[in-house]
Write a protein that binds this ligand. Structure first.
Ligand code: A3P
Length: 349
């Protein structure tokens, strides 16, 4: 089973318990013990799936599989200062940033005409941390990965272990991307309805999804608290947490690519600038390019993934909320954003 398959499994069953090492078994037991005690919320996908229900854990709504992953990370993950964690609230640009960072850090390893991103979806190239740690059932698996490990995650900042988030030199580096909550919500609603259709569930009316989202019941939500955690961390430790907005990356992708490279201490040399490497990365990872590749247009039934490659792409635009939200809905989300982010220098204007 590949990392992305396990990360998307819609079930909490541990079918291969005998393969777990003792440490993992203890964490799974701990999870089983706390599971019944946690408040449950509507996971937007109906009942009966591991992802169909959110568990409220330390202030955030998390599905059971990633929550078990979080507990495994706490108990077993040994961070390295070279680790790069792409952190996102779902639907805020994970796919794009996975591609951009993968292209930046591997720019000397691949030819742009024959690049892995042309034949693989970013979910196959960048491991989903809280899913991946469950693969193999033992610590040695993730420890065997060479440095720098580049992992993608939706875990809220406060739910990472201190060893990963402290400002000490040994902690990891985080690149965070978020987005105007109105666009994030609309993107999430479309995405969940695609999954619902595949699960033969009726579409979720936007009004029902809105009722959940605006009170904080969304994937790894409340959305605003997810953003706040990384925003504050980026102010406290700018060399450890890079905070990006989808809107800025869209407006000036080249500048953001340079910023990410500098943050990762991999700045572009004068020769690379002359060769137009930044431009090549931007074009390779653009929505137009990635969404039109065969690998991202077709569903590969051989790969039993819960999320199919085409489902990561929709419009890739800023401001599409205008086509879906009523003025009242937009006003409510704007008001929450204003209240939550008041006085901290963060806005989505
Ligand atoms: P829309 O639904 O607004 O189109 P994530 O990757 O975090 O799941 O986010 C998905 C959103 O990012 C979707 O937004 C999707 O279309 C958009 N997206 C995917 N790839 C992109 C790219 N290369 N450039 C810009 N946006 C992209």
């Amino acid at each position: 089973m590949s990392c992305s398959e396990i990360s998307q499994l819609p079930s909490t069953d541990i079918k291969e318990e005998e393969k777990l090492d003792e440490g993992y078994q203890k964490t799974y037991q701990k999870f089983d013990e706390i599971y019944p005690t946690l408040p449950k919320g509507d996971g937007w996908l109906g009942d009966g799936f591991g992802v169909g229900q959110f568990l409220q854990y330390q202030g955030f709504w998390i599905p059971s599989i990633p929550l078990r992953g979080i507990m495994l990370i706490h108990d077993h993950f040994k961070p390295r200062p070279t680790d790069i964690i792409l952190s996102t609230s779902p639907k805020c640009g994970t796919t794009w940033l996975r591609a951009l960072i993968f292209a930046i850090i591997n720019r000397n390893s691949y030819d742009f005409h024959n690049h892995p991103l042309l034949s693989s979806n970013p979910q196959d190239l960048v491991l989903f941390f809280e899913g991946y740690i469950q693969e193999g059932g033992s610590t040695s698996f993730i420890e065997s990965l060479p440095s720098p490990r580049f992992l993608s995650s939706h875990i809220p900042f406060s739910l990472f272990p201190n060893s990963m988030t402290s400002s000490s030199a040994s902690a990891c580096r985080f690149v965070y991307i978020c987005r105007d909550p109105k666009d994030a919500f609309v993107s999430m609603w479309h995405f969940m309805n695609k999954l619902r259709a595949r699960l033969e569930l009726p579409p979720l009316p936007i009004e029902d999804a809105f009722e959940l989202f605006h009170i904080g019941v969304s994937l790894n939500g409340p959305f605003w608290d997810h953003v706040l955690g990384f925003w504050k961390a980026s102010l406290e430790s700018p060399n450890k947490v890079l905070f990006l907005k989808y809107e800025h990356v869209k407006r000036d992708t080249s500048a953001c690519v340079r910023k990410i490279a500098e943050f990762l201490e991999l700045p572009f040399s004068a020769d690379e600038e002359n060769e137009g490497i930044v431009d090549k990365i931007v074009k390779l990872c653009s929505f137009e390019n990635l969404s039109n590749l065969d690998v991202n247009k077709k569903v590969d039934d051989e790969k039993h993934r819960f999320i199919k490659n085409p489902e990561f792409f929709r419009k890739g635009r800023v401001g599409d909320w205008i086509n879906h939200l009523t003025p009242e809905m937009a006003e409510i989300l704007d008001q929450i954003t204003k209240e939550k982010f008041q006085g901290i220098g963060l806005s989505f204007d």
